[in-house]
Design a protein around this ligand. Sequence first.
Ligand code: ZN
Length: 349
Amino acid sequence: MKTFVMNAIDKVGFMDKPIPKPGPNDAIIKTTMALICTSDSHTVHGAIGPRENLTLGHEAVGIVHEVGPEVRKLKRGDRVVSGAITPDWGDTFSQAGHSSQSGGALGGWKFANIKDGVFAEYFHVNEADANLAKIPAHVSDDVAVYCADMLSTGLVGAEAANIPIGGSVAIFALGPVGLMAVAGTRLRGAGKIIAVDSVAKRCELAKFYGADVTLDPSKEDVVARIIAMTGGYGVDSAIEALGADETFQNAVAVTRPGGTISNVGYHGKGEFVHLPRLAWGVGMAEKVITTSLCPGGSLRMERMLQLLESKRIDPTPMTTHRFKFSEMERAFEVMDKKLDGVIKPLIIF
Ligand code: ZN
């Protein structure tokens, strides 16, 4: 089968590999659609070290091709979405309620990290009954594929932000995760949603997903503006959806004492992430910082699919580009260099 791999740091290309075989509880999925993620770029540029000839990609939908003998809920031909994170559900961290960390920090993240990912004609899913969800007939593949990561991650950003009903929230960076975090804050009952990004098209989409106000950090001091907009106190909650020192510091600075900063950004560069000492109340302002990795699992995927089926969220405006799998090199370059106003490139197999 054809796969798209990271040959070495800063080098990608196609590679032929054998179709994987399932273990007793696993499934092999024939890929129909996938999305490229900025995390794939981070990986290629060495954020987690060298991953020689590892297949990239972690956001995909497909058709069940083969299941192991112990798989009960799925059969060949089922149309399914896999979480980007595929935990080991018997692991001690899963049992403690942190399934994304199964096996240790970030251990639920297997695709294109510790095993081959989904940019392939077929991919392997461990614990298939627990990690795959059947896609309802009325939800198309190009919509369902957003459950894998963007919806689950964006929404957990809002879930972890502890937003009071009617409360205020600021979202820093409006890539697809930030946009889905905006949608999540609305679903969680935020009363004032302030979205921050310097790209006009992304701000426009944030309004579509429920932002009341958008601010451009290249044009104004967004921290001062948000503090002023919230009676001098700051927001109840802030969401960091970029993974940069500056946005993280801004998120801490705009959060009022006792508020919550929810980090879903992937801090892919540098040795440290810094806290603004005074705005952090010199460590005593009771500001809570939460960190989350995309929740996976069939129950989580089923809930995301329900949001799509009921049209509470429409992710399709984020699909700015469509490519065939054979055009993967170009698609990756577009996403990697953020060319042509790209938000999400959809890959069709
Ligand atoms: Zn992703």
